[in-house]
Design a protein around this ligand. Structure first.
Ligand SMILES: Cc1cc2nc3c(=O)[nH]c(=O)nc-3n(C[C@H](O)[C@H](O)[C@H](O)COP(=O)(O)OP(=O)(O)OC[C@H]3O[C@@H](n4cnc5c(N)ncnc54)[C@H](O)[C@@H]3O)c2cc1C
Length: 324
């Protein structure tokens, strides 16, 4: 409900916090912070450079009942054209640091996965060498349980430090971190501020060769235009891309957005696409697959509402006239 929240009081409370490493900007366009290059402004964008800054922001937001969410590289989100009436947290500086300690690798929640993988390769550590091409932060990867070519980040996480809704800080051990195919409890009402991965020593040359090979495979499979990767999760025992292709989705267009000719489960923005267009296109794709195969596809892409909550039903956005 835009306008309902007391933004000026929230902003004033943030400014009064006796904490370093907190920088707030108003109405910053989010298109530049998503890989789809789509999205209106964030009511408040809060860059946090320390765990204390994250905890204080979340606590003050919870007290003021201001909706909040954390954004990584924006590689799996669709931000509405009207923007987010929410406090959007981004993790920077100390919270994007990476360090190696023997066979363990510690990273801030905002650290880019590509950098983390490079550090592991340089140290001759195996376990994440196939993940380097996934656009992600460590926090986003743990929230989504990102994976590729038989590796998933959840396979190697040892612990994660999180700020919980309300502002409390907790360290979750591996056994407490539930997760599965493209989801984990770390993405639900929590901010991952740092995590430690337990990796295995291996031959650096062989690891680098494997990393190079998966990067090349990936390059051939994915469209070059801006996208958010897979729109839908694979249904059990099948591939969403296969069903979408058979349902004739490749090349469908709406509001400047297009289903990639290279991969039927990817919506691309060739330039000028709107979030409304992407939503309608995703809805039309889901309808086609349901009508043709009786399969209800589930969204992997997080289609956000104005308060930053992900919508669950991909068909909810369907306009009366389907795209052609
Ligand atoms: C070209 C392309 C290829 C892709 N290929 C793959 C692939 O092979 N495998 C794969 O798994 N995914 C793939 N993806 C999807 C995407 O890269 C992953 O989902 C990635 O992990 C998202 O990370 P992010 O940092 O961008 O998170 P965002 O997109 O910014 O956020 C995604 C979710 O994670 C939450 N989140 C972000 N940071 C944190 C944090 N610190 N703490 C808690 N929650 C957080 C957000 O609130 C949101 O709910 C691809 C995307 C693109 C664009």
């Amino acid at each position: 409900m835009p306008g309902f929240f007391d933004w000026s009081s929230f902003r004033a409370q943030l400014s009064d916090l006796p904490i370093d490493g907190l920088s707030v900007s108003e109405s910053e366009p989010l298109a530049a912070h998503t890989t789809l290059r789509i999205g209106g402004p964030a009511r408040l964008l809060v860059r946090c450079a320390s765990r204390e800054a994250v905890a204080a922001t979340v606590r003050v937001a919870a007290e003021a009942r201001i909706p909040w969410l954390v954004l990584g590289l924006g590689a799996n989100v669709l931000v509405p054209d009207a923007g987010l009436d929410a406090a959007v947290l981004m993790l920077v500086d100390e919270l994007a640091a990476v360090s190696v300690h023997g066979t363990r690798l510690r990273a801030g929640g905002g650290a880019q996965l590509a950098r983390v993988v490079r550090a592991a390769l340089d140290a001759g550590l195996a376990g994440i060498e196939c993940l380097g091409g996934i656009p992600s932060t460590i926090g986003g990867a743990l929230a989504m349980n990102a994976g590729a070519y038989g590796q998933e980040i959840m396979d190697v996480v040892d612990w994660a430090e999180v700020v919980e809704d309300g502002g409390g800080v907790r360290r979750l051990e591996r056994r407490e971190i539930e997760g599965g195919y493209r989801w984990s409890v770390l993405g639900v009402g929590r901010v991952v501020t740092s995590a430690e991965l337990a990796l295995k020593a291996d031959d650096p040359a062989a690891l680098k060769a494997r990393a190079r090979q998966t990067r090349e495979q990936r390059r051939g499979a994915l469209p070059p235009e801006p996208s958010a990767g897979s729109v839908f999760r694979n249904p059990a025992g099948d591939f969403a891309g296969r069903l979408l292709e058979l349902a004739g989705c490749k090349g469908l267009r709406c509001g400047g957005a297009e289903v990639s000719e290279r991969h039927a489960n990817v919506i691309v923005n060739p330039g000028g696409a709107t979030a409304a267009g992407v939503r309608e296109l995703a809805a039309a794709m889901a309808v086609r697959v349901r009508e043709r195969f009786g399969v209800r596809l589930e969204l992997e892409l997080k289609i956000l509402d104005r308060n930053g909550k992900a919508v669950a039903d991909p068909e909810a956005a369907l306009a009366r006239k389907p795209p052609v």
